[in-house]
Design a protein around this ligand. Structure first.
Ligand code: COA
Length: 252
């Protein structure tokens, strides 16, 4: 996992040094684009190493605030580190240049409501990475049989790292059909930011509740949803004989 994250980070690092939230490129058929900084926990040290921000701890003797952070690469010196909060966020000067000691790597979330076949096909590599398959027929059937789509895409720099796709179920209910995060970018708060963006969008559009279905095997998704306020409101067995959970969250 750490090795993979290093790979992911260097993909990030080769992009412009500016954080991605400082440049929001135009996206075809994009209705709305917004910056989500709420939970994203990926930081880049000025020596170009990736770290996950874990939170702020208090020093038991001095009550001084310390940032706790985790190396996202194999570091023989240790995995968990602390540093005074002011120092973590300070600007350092080196060879006449000033830059943050730790720079927050930006996450951009785009909302696409004109969901076309081409848009779905652009998700294919990510879907294959997450689910090891891409069921084009199932995708076509969803596009054909439903309307009122919203696709929320998470991008780190210009790399698509996660998505959530859903559609209008009724005048009051939005159905969140499918979603996932590239394994290399998990545990950084990206799904939480995507979920928040989707729910904020649903509220803005006047939906009163959001529904989703999942299986026991998608445990992280169950935890994420329950933590985000979904209730399990039912179960059933699908045509393949697998039990499924029905979850619902009230938005008002
Ligand atoms: C579920 C999934 C989207 C989470 O993505 P993520 O970006 O890693 O999630 P976040 O970092 O935002 O984590 C949000 C919360 O989810 C829960 N969570 C995420 N991964 C977890 C794990 N491995 N173990 C336990 N809880 C986990 C935690 O409560 C976490 O909050 P915390 O960090 O404060 O503890 C991701 O694991 C995934 O893509 N899974 C496969 C796809 C999938 O299940 N699709 C559903 C098909 S219906």
């Amino acid at each position: 996992m750490e090795q993979k994250r290093v790979g992911a980070f260097f993909k990030i690092a080769i992009f412009t040094a500016a954080f991605c939230h400082q440049h929001v490129p135009a996206v075809d058929n994009e209705i709305d684009a917004m910056i989500a900084t709420a939970s994203m926990k990926l930081y880049r040290h000025f020596k170009n190493k990736p770290y996950k921000y874990l939170g702020v701890a208090k020093h038991s003797e001095t009550f001084g605030e310390l940032v706790l952070y985790e190396a996202l690469y194999p570091n023989p010196e240790g995995k968990l580190w602390v540093r005074p909060k002011d120092m973590f966020h300070e600007i350092v000067e080196k060879e006449g240049k000033r830059f943050p000691r730790f720079a927050s790597v930006g996450l951009r979330i785009e909302t696409v409501t004109d969901v076309t076949k081409a848009e779905i096909l652009s998700l294919r590599p990510l879907l294959e990475t997450i689910f090891q398959s891409f069921d084009e027929k199932a995708m076509d059937a969803i596009l054909e049989n439903h309307s009122g789509f919203a696709l929320h895409k998470a991008l780190v720099d210009d790399t698509l790292v996660g998505f959530k796709l859903g559609y209008q179920h009724s005048l009051t209910t939005f159905y969140s059909w499918l979603g996932g995060i590239d394994p290399q970018y998990r545990g950084l708060g990206i799904a939480s930011d995507l979920l928040k963006a989707q729910h904020d969008w649903c509220k803005e559009k006047g939906f009163q509740r959001i529904q989703t279905k999942t299986k026991n095997k998608w445990r992280e998704m169950i935890i994420l949803n329950v933590k985000a306020g979904f209730d399990i409101i039912g179960t059933y067995t699908d045509t393949k004989g697998e039990p499924k959970l029905i979850l619902e969250k009230k938005l008002v």
